[in-house]
Design a protein around this ligand. Structure first.
Ligand code: FAD
Length: 494
């Protein structure tokens, strides 16, 4: 017999709720703990998982396998080609291992919730148990309600309720122990599982050798790396977060999103570690940098709560149904220019090139390019949402959908539709010396600080033309007026 933990987006053995519960159950029953991970190419397809993210997860599995092996716990990895076969295959594997107890952490996306609800029923009907538990959010979805018992659809009051709930339930910040060492004999019994290898990425999600080289150097994987990054960030930079978080040319943010998205660190560990560096135990007191950083980690919880309460956001629908009738543009040339970073707006181009090069983009720039696509180009925000998922290493459905909904004004607690970012003003405000533009649009590096934000209208047209930098594909003022009318008409007819 054995107790089994099924890893999904929780690729760590420290502070993992389901894994800790499975370990306790195994100890109580006097049987070994065995872990599994199912590689599902169809899920990668369905979730638009980027190759760089697939590579990060598969690399992480090797680290996890070693950490678990050091505790005599095997991690078995198998590829299941058709996603519909996954529940049946897991059941079969458990039969092979003689196990009646499966544990996993909940994922809140609609397909996953449905699948797991079916599995819980099927297991119960067949004398096995499947326990799925909340883990990915600091405050589990369903815990917070407005005075009238509804789910919050606005971040600020939700955030106050989130903090109050944690202050009243400090055990939410208690971290879970890593699993206990397996009893003697587990190695011999499960030797084949210890020996299994980690498969390659499916062919359509494979990085080229050159990409592997550069991206792996940029994104070291695994939970030890995540923890070291968090500790270093809290020691050296979090204090200045509130001042620097909006400056894309400055490395003022934690870059932990890749780890939170793959579960190589938990949001609980993040909040707890940051709070412990503060002089107060209150999340809304003490050091401003720490407070603001925790409030950003909370946005991640917020968007997951939204997903649970309004699951239709998983179905390509805007959170605000009255925004369903906007007449979007599907201009292929404009979309291609945006994707490739050649719109003629240096800040937009720098950001898109950062995404294409490293699978990551600074938060301020995510807002700028999302606003530019959905408002200046009036292109369907879902095309941008999709492109982001296909390229981000930290692609997370809830945060990505939430971020696009915010910027395109169709989401929960969004930017009002008539607030349209002026890319030039954003550029001058948040990249004043052009450091970020110079890094990602190097052909403009020789321009002055003033010219670099808008070469053709700042007297640097000849220089820009010479280095092959394009002219603006739209004129902002006219594009802004077009967007205002299209949004207004869409809402009125909705
Ligand atoms: P830090 O500033 O150090 O913040 C710490 C952590 O808090 C982040 O790692 C992240 O988990 C969380 N966080 C911070 N800001 C947000 C936010 N606005 N929404 C949700 N969580 C937040 N984040 C993703 O993790 N995956 C996505 O796919 C994603 N897509 C986005 C798309 C758009 C259009 C926008 C505007 C934002 C998106 N974000 C996404 C949120 C945010 O841009 C990233 O989390 C952040 O840039 C990651 O960098 P960091 O780890 O250095 O963040």
């Amino acid at each position: 017999d054995a107790v089994v933990h099924w890893f999904k987006m929780d690729l760590r053995h420290t502070d993992n709720r389901s894994l800790a519960l499975a370990s306790a159950k195994a100890k109580e029953a006097g049987v070994p703990l065995v872990c599994m991970y199912i590689v599902s190419p169809q899920d990668f397809e369905a979730h638009l998982t980027s190759p760089v993210r697939v590579d990060f997860m598969l690399r992480t599995l090797s680290v996890l396998k070693q950490d678990l092996a050091a505790l005599d716990i095997p991690l078995y990895v198998e590829t299941v080609d058709k996603r519909k076969d996954i529940p049946r295959r897991i059941f079969e594997i458990m039969e092979e291992w003689g196990s009646n107890h499966l544990f996993a952490n909940i994922e809140y996306e609609v397909d996953e919730l449905r699948r797991e609800a079916q599995m819980v029923r099927h297991f119960a009907e067949n004398n096995k148990s499947f326990e799925v538990v909340h883990d990915t959010c600091v405050v589990p979805p369903g815990e917070l309600h407005t005075g009238s018992g509804k789910q919050y659809a606005v971040y600020s009051p939700w955030y106050r309720a989130w903090m109050a709930h944690i202050h009243e339930n400090l055990d939410l910040l208690e971290l879970f122990d890593r699993p206990e060492r397996n009893p003697d004999g587990a190695r011999q019994k499960f030797q084949k599982l210890f020996d299994c290898s980690i498969p390659d990425a499916p062919e359509n999600k494979r990085l080229s050798d050159a990409e592997k080289k550069s991206l792996r150097a940029l994104w070291p994987c695994g939970e030890h790396e995540a923890m070291a990054r968090l500790e270093k960030y809290c020691d050296e930079a979090i204090g200045d977060y509130h001042n620097k978080r909006n400056i894309p040319g400055d490395d003022g943010t934690s870059r932990l999103s890749v780890h939170l998205a793959s579960g190589t660190i938990s949001s609980r560990t993040c909040v707890r570690t940051a709070r412990d560096r503060n002089k107060t135990k209150k999340l809304d007191g003490g050091h401003q940098g720490i407070q603001v950083w925790i409030s950003e980690v909370a946005w991640r919880d917020f968007y997951k709560h939204v997903l649970v309460h309004w699951p239709y956001v998983c179905m390509n629908k805007p959170f605000k149904p009255e925004y369903s009738n906007i007449q979007w543009s599907y201009d292929r040339d404009h979309f291609a220019a945006w994707c490739e970073g050649r719109t003629g707006f240096p800040i937009v181009d720098a950001a898109m090139r950062q995404l294409n090069h490293m699978g990551y983009m600074h938060n301020r720039c995510r807002m700028i390019v999302a606003s530019f696509l959905s408002k200046d180009l009036l292109i369907d925000w879902r095309m941008g949402e999709r492109y982001f998922m296909e390229h981000l290493i930290d692609g997370d459905f809830a945060s990505n959908n939430g971020g696009w909904g915010f910027s395109a004004s169709v989401g929960v607690d969004p930017q009002p539709y008539f607030r349209i970012f002026n890319p030039l003003l954003q550029s001058e405000k948040f990249d004043p010396n052009g450091d970020y533009i110079r890094k990602w649009v190097p052909e403009l590096a020789g321009l002055s600080d003033k010219e670099i934000h808008d070469p053709y209208n700042r007297g640097a047209g000849t220089k820009a033309k010479k280095v092959g930098y394009p002219k603006q594909i739209v004129e902002h003022k006219g594009a802004r007026d077009r967007a205002l009318s299209a949004y207004k008409e869409g809402i009125e007819s909705g």
